[in-house]
Write a protein that binds this ligand. Structure first.
Ligand SMILES: CC(C)(COP(=O)(O)OP(=O)(O)OC[C@H]1O[C@@H](n2cnc3c(N)ncnc32)[C@H](O)[C@@H]1OP(=O)(O)O)[C@@H](O)C(=O)NCCC(=O)NCCS
Length: 307
């Protein structure tokens, strides 16, 4: 046996290996591999944007998405992706996945309901590669039923003396031991809001565990604050340094119902923004569900603007 290493593409040999693998795979699942291509064309037929993908085994796999520079920023990439997702749904797909480099478009996909399930570092010594997934059969698809928007603000340099004038004594940084109390707080705070996903206290505690565990980038304990009350937390704000957004993100802020509209949210945000400024960050952002009025008002009051 000879091992041949080459930099030449040989279509016949490639096709042979692919067909042999496909024959091996055949007993395990249906043979339903199908290319999916979406093109945006000019009136003269020339391509100004395109998405190259495949569907198989109830998955949409997006390989490439590109829009010409002259047509960027006008929603064309979203239209291409939406068309691909809809066609994939029509073909019976329940999931979509793809990968994207840190210098490409992770933020674009995250805004469209994708979430990270893996990450590799040091491509070319410096770039991260994000692996993203989205359910296509989710009735609570963020981009369809609950559109979310990224809000941002810059941070003052040099730091403002203090963001809040009245800082309660019970304000302190969040600790890992707070996870069960965070589960209880989030459950109570989100109940009945547009962001109420029907999660249990345990599931909200898992969400807190995921944030503290780095699921949304390195958790920043110095910028994550809570206001205590007897036997639990009255309100809390979790901050992570999520690279795809290009700046730290207020991952979650919540106030227990009896204390809503009493200033806690503002105090926590002020504390988080002051800490981020002191840590040397120049910007901060938050992903806010359209229609979450309390959240929109809170972030507006702290000079965040839709991005
Ligand atoms: C969003 C939330 C954290 C606000 O917390 P809060 O402690 O009530 O906020 P504050 O009392 O500090 O209010 C901050 C500003 O928002 C305004 N605001 C808060 N809730 C509001 C509401 N329901 N309607 C209108 N304005 C509201 C306040 O008037 C205040 O503005 P001002 O400073 O100009 O007076 C709280 O409503 C909550 O826990 N919601 C559920 C969780 C959630 O949706 N979190 C955001 C997504 S992560």
């Amino acid at each position: 046996m000879n091992i041949e290493v080459t930099d030449m593409r040989n279509e016949r040999d490639d096709a042979f290996v692919a067909s042999q693998l496909s024959a091996y795979n055949a007993p395990f699942a249906e043979r339903d591999f199908k290319p999916l291509r979406v093109f945006a064309r000019e009136a003269d037929g020339s391509v100004m944007g395109g998405l190259l993908a495949d569907t198989y085994w109830q998955y949409l796999e997006v390989h490439k998405l590109w829009v010409s520079e002259a047509h960027r920023g006008a929603g064309n990439a979203s239209r291409l992706l939406l068309a691909a997702e809809n066609e994939a749904r029509r073909r019976g797909c329940k999931h979509a996945f793809l990968d994207t480099f840190s210098f490409q478009a992770p933020g674009f996909y995250l805004k469209r309901g994708y979430s990270e399930f893996g990450r590799l570092e040091a491509f070319s010594g410096k770039h991260e590669r994000y692996y993203l997934h989205k359910r296509l059969d989710d009735t609570q698809d963020l981009t369809r039923d609950r559109r979310a928007r990224l809000w941002k603000r810059s941070l003052p340099s040099p730091p403002e003396a203090s963001f809040s004038s009245t800082i309660p004594a019970a304000l302190r940084n969040i600790r890992v031991e707070d996870i069960p109390a965070l589960g209880d707080l989030f459950h109570a705070a989100f109940l009945g809001t547009v962001d109420d996903g029907g999660l249990t206290k345990g599931q909200y505690a898992l969400k807190a565990t995921a944030i503290l565990g780095g699921r949304y980038g390195a958790w920043l304990p110095e910028a994550s604050w809570a206001i205590e009350q007897m036997g639990g937390l009255r309100s809390a704000c979790l901050v992570s340094d999520y690279k795809p957004y290009g700046c730290p993100v207020i991952a979650l802020v919540a106030t227990a119902p009896p204390h809503k509209r009493a200033g806690d949210g503002g105090i926590l945000l002020d504390a988080a923004l002051a800490s981020l400024t002191a840590l040397g960050h120049r910007e901060c952002c938050a992903m806010i569900t359209v229609g979450n009025l309390a959240s929109e008002r809170l972030f507006e009051s702290r000079k965040f603007l839709p991005f």
